[in-house]
Design a protein around this ligand. Structure first.
Ligand code: AMP
Length: 288
């Protein structure tokens, strides 16, 4: 197992990417906040399957955390991350920028994305997507990759980034890769590390409730209000859980649907003590 090379300054990064390009290599980008797990590594492998150089960025971006959120305690595990990337094989360069280089004194430009950034995470975490869109555009500009890889786990984030890329004519392709789950269905997340053994068991209710929604749709239920109510009851049977939202929506616009008449996204966010977890899945009504 060989750890990948790490660069932390922008000039070095640009030089490495320029030499890869001069050698005719396609460049992939996998933006992360570190504390890497199989979900992140699946994005790295997706990039490796299409690109000869994969730039993995590790940066806990302060501007996407609100006051009182977990920026300070977010897991920072660079050594373990490099070991994990070492298992993925060659063609990886890790970019770990310093916060002062990303946000130098006087930094004052932000990216605001419209309606798809408004509901769900946007409403529960004011300013979150402004921070996300800004850092992602900065990383796109810093790295100059051909293709960027994101996870469906953060579905709304991927949609916000697609919108930004289209609206601002950013010359990059965006790929959204499937959510990687633990064997029992829990979506992998760096924040799972916060969970006690008991909370880890309770957290399974996110996936269970998404599967319940799927089962209801397969059984012929179509009314979104009734489906959401069943999910609410299932989640609230757990005294420690606080629901931020349960949504059934159009996958492109995120507008709520009243009837599940075509491919629909079910998405939810739940707080378990001080840990906030999100998950989603598509619901596909069988042809009648
Ligand atoms: P994060 O480090 O949490 O900011 O995530 C970095 C990237 O990994 C984002 O594109 C996430 O959507 C993606 N990601 C996180 N968890 C998973 C997962 N379980 N499966 C697939 N992708 C994921």
């Amino acid at each position: 197992m060989q750890r990948p090379a790490v660069v932390s300054n922008l000039a070095e990064l640009r030089q490495a990417v320029a030499s890869a390009r001069a050698a005719g290599k396609r460049v992939g980008l996998v933006p992360t906040m570190g504390a890497l797990h199989e979900g992140h590594l699946s994005l790295v492998r997706a990039s490796q399957s299409e690109c000869s150089l994969t730039v993995v960025t590790i940066f806990v971006n302060p501007s996407q955390f609100g006051p009182g959120e977990d920026y300070d305690r977010y897991p920072r595990t660079l050594d373990a991350d490099l070991d994990a990337l070492g298992t993925c094989g060659g063609g990886i360069l890790v970019f770990v920028p310093r916060t002062e280089e990303v946000y130098p004194p006087g930094f004052a430009s932000w990216v605001e994305v419209g309606p798809v950034a408004e509901p769900w995470e946007g409403r529960c975490r004011p300013g979150h997507f402004r921070g996300v869109a800004t850092i992602v555009l900065k990383l796109f500009n810093m790295v100059g990759a051909d293709i960027a890889y994101f996870g469906q786990k953060d579905y709304q984030q991927a949609l916000v980034i697609r919108r930004m890329v289209e609206d601002l004519n950013v010359p990059i392709e965006v790929r959204v890769c499937p959510t990687v789950r633990e064997p029992d269905g829990l979506a992998m997340s760096s924040r799972n590390a916060y969970l006690s053994a008991e909370a880890r068991q309770q957290a399974l209710v996110l996936w269970k409730s998404l599967c319940l929604a799927d089962a209801m749709v397969c059984e012929g239920h179509r009314g979104a209000a009734a489906i959401r109510q069943r999910l609410r009851e299932l989640i609230q049977s757990n005294a420690d859980m606080r629901i931020d939202y349960i949504a059934l929506a159009d996958p492109e616009t995120l507008k709520p649907v009243e009837q599940v008449s075509g491919r629909t996204l079910a998405a939810l966010a739940v707080r378990l003590g001080s840990t906030r977890l999100i998950d989603n899945r598509f619901l596909e009504p069988p042809p009648s």
